[in-house]
Design a binder for this molecule. Structure first.
Ligand SMILES: [Zn+2]
Length: 211
């Protein structure tokens, strides 16, 4: 009988070690580079207005923990003079610079990690309207302005494979647009969520890259 005891302990230990690695999901990390033109708005305020509703929504979609980390005063990124740049050039420049930072800080490349440049002003103002943000679809980098409370969630949605086509207008007492609805109409409100189809697109994307 006594000979079995060490085995019992060993099995218990293995079980204990095994269980967390099988169930604990790695974090989804979003680095938010707050442009210097947002110096007068605190991280807490930016998080409350532009990210907390997105985090709440993502928690309904995935069991992965979500970390939103604010970066400030990063030379070459948060001081880019972007007012005369097109959104496409700004996104390209940000992507290059942020990948250098990732390299310097020895962050392992992963499609579950995203970087977003947050600016006060929208882009491409000269054309038929304003562009509130831009993303490399299903990749890792995006830019978003404070033009609407949902601009970061819209672009993060694209990074996690949400599409315009699968977005929708819902009605719950009033019309609201889900996060990746393409053209905002000011008379409609924000739903502060993705459509059911986009929730599935996002869940599939996360499962694919975390398996
Ligand atoms: Zn879009």
């Amino acid at each position: 009988m006594t000979a079995l005891r060490p085995l019992g302990i060993l099995l218990a230990l293995l079980f204990t070690l095994y269980l967390p690695s099988a169930t604990a999901a790695r974090s989804l990390v979003v680095w938010v580079y707050a442009h210097d033109d947002l110096a007068d708005i605190s991280d807490a305020q930016l998080n409350k207005d532009y990210f907390q509703h997105w985090i709440d929504e993502m928690r309904l979609i995935t069991n992965h923990p979500i970390e939103v980390i604010f970066e400030r005063n990063v030379p070459g990124i948060t001081d880019i003079t972007y007012s005369s740049m097109s959104a496409a050039s700004l996104l390209a420049m940000f992507s290059n610079q942020s990948s250098d930072i990732d390299h310097q800080r020895e962050r392992s490349p992963s499609y579950l990690n995203k970087s977003i440049l947050l600016t006060k002003e929208p882009y491409d103002k000269s054309e038929s309207g304003l562009l509130a943000g831009l993303a490399y679809v299903k990749q890792t980098t995006a830019i978003a302005s404070l033009a609407t409370f949902v601009a970061p969630a819209h672009e993060l949605g694209h990074l996690f494979s949400a599409t315009h086509n699968d977005a929708e207008v819902n009605f719950n007492g009033w019309f609201c647009e889900t996060y990746t609805f393409e053209t905002r109409l000011s008379l409609r409100s924000n739903c502060y969520r993705y459509s059911d189809k986009n929730r599935q697109n996002i869940a599939d994307y996360i499962n694919y890259y975390s398996s």
